[in-house]
Write a protein that binds this ligand. Structure first.
Ligand SMILES: NC(=O)c1ccc[n+]([C@@H]2O[C@H](COP(=O)([O-])OP(=O)(O)OC[C@H]3O[C@@H](n4cnc5c(N)ncnc54)[C@H](O)[C@@H]3O)[C@@H](O)[C@H]2O)c1
Ligand SMILES: O=c1ccn([C@@H]2O[C@H](COP(=O)(O)OP(=O)(O)O[C@H]3O[C@H](CO)[C@H](O)[C@H](O)[C@H]3O)[C@@H](O)[C@H]2O)c(=O)[nH]1
Length: 328
């Protein structure tokens, strides 16, 4: 039986594909290449280009293949874009996830791994934040994922269907062997943007806010290496095979770094003192988001290998160098 991976041409999906293919699984990828890249898809996987919202196409995918589990990455991921165009996010994230769940229920696919996000917590009053903390998103993106989690919970109660929703904290870095990485156009994520500045592809990096109630006045986040996150998906698949129990699980390391600490690490690792400038706070930024990580260690056989900010940055820079040197 095969594992269906939606969004396997994207940043996190392409790293997870490597893990799942390395484990000897049969893998089918569905991706519409809206933000993903065909060359990022592991050649061992079967690629079907199409949109998960295309009912007829997805019906065929489920009918033509014997699918054991779905790992569902496909979605729209840019928070400010979700504020400008919320209906796009409710369609691509919420509505399309509902359809994916329905396809699974119809075709007796009982295992579902879902890409959720720490954006579900909004501005948590306690840090580190655990999975029992209320859902309190502050953006349409966060709402679209929160509604997806609710649908998964309800569906798992009503049908013979189990899920693990992994709530990713701040994902960064790249495959240590340089096989894939973050190639996203017009990226906004701090470590990616800082690497672009370090390599001279941005004149300066803007620091959003200097007056937060944190140690140095800048926001604090929990940065997780994308390859460790990818490995967590394989662990989630094993857990669903073993226990058929639905869970929502934070994916972070439980350590917070401020924006200034991240920038100083990027400068140190790259050896480049690129320009930075303080500017106003960015709307919707929470002062501090750090994961409580006991649940992932209790429920999954997950042993992170890259829990080291310098290593995350090193891999991110290596990937940035690689894509820039091969760009036409
Ligand atoms: N990157 C992060 O920091 C982060 C944090 C939390 C959660 N997530 C979630 O992880 C998942 C993957 O994010 P990513 O960073 O790899 O983003 P990405 O944009 O690199 O990957 C998304 C992939 O899905 C595909 N896709 C989008 N809509 C589709 C559709 N309708 N049909 C078929 N394919 C479609 C895109 O082409 C792309 O390959 C998303 O669901 C996102 O919400 C990401
Ligand atoms: O050029 C930049 C980019 C970012 N930042 C700051 O760096 C921190 C991290 O910002 P990112 O944009 O890298 O990430 P976010 O924390 O905003 O959001 C990311 O992590 C969230 C979980 O915490 C969700 O998963 C969300 O989907 C994902 O984009 C924030 O304080 C932001 O203000 C800057 O100062 N300058």
């Amino acid at each position: 039986m095969a594992i269906l991976v939606t969004g396997g041409a994207g940043y996190i999906g392409s790293h997870t594909l490597i893990e799942v293919c390395d484990a000897g699984e049969d893998v089918i990828v569905v991706d519409n290449l809206s933000t993903g890249f065909k060359e990022a898809i592991d050649s061992r996987a079967k690629f079907l280009q199409g949109d998960i919202g295309d009912q007829a196409f997805m019906q065929r995918v489920f009918e033509d293949h014997s699918i054991e589990a779905v790992i569902h990455f496909a979605g729209s991921v840019i928070v400010p874009e979700s504020v400008e165009n919320p209906l796009l996010y409710y369609r691509n994230n919420t509505e399309n996830t509902r359809q994916m769940i329905e396809h699974c229920v119809t075709h007796q696919v009982k295992k579902f791994i879902f890409s959720s996000t720490a954006a579900i917590y909004g501005m948590p009053e306690e840090c580190p934040v655990d999975e029992t903390y209320q859902r309190n998103p502050i953006s349409p993106y966060g709402h679209s994922k929160s509604m997806s989690e609710l649908m998964l919970e309800d569906a798992s109660k009503a049908y013979d269907f189990n899920f693990i929703a992994l709530r990713y904290f701040n994902v960064a870095g790249a495959d240590p062997m340089g096989r894939t990485g973050q190639s996203t156009k017009n990226a906004t994520h701090l470590i990616k943007v800082a690497c672009e500045a370090a390599l001279g592809y941005r004149d300066e990096l803007l620091i959003f806010g200097s007056d937060y109630d944190t140690s140095d006045g800048t926001c604090i986040r929990d940065y997780i290496h994308v390859s460790d996150l990818a490995a967590a998906h394989l662990c989630a698949l094993s857990a669903l095979r073993k226990t058929a129990q639905s869970e929502i699980i934070n994916c972070g390391y439980g350590t917070g770094y401020s924006v200034l600490e991240v920038l100083s690490t990027v400068k140190k690792v790259s050896g480049v003192d690129f320009n930075t400038r303080f500017t106003d706070r960015r709307a919707g930024d929470s002062p501090q988001v750090v994961a409580k990580c006991s649940k992932i260690h209790e429920h999954l056989d997950w042993i992170p290998k890259y829990n080291n900010l310098s290593l995350i940055v090193e891999h991110a820079i290596e990937w940035e160098r690689k894509i820039r040197s091969s760009a036409p």
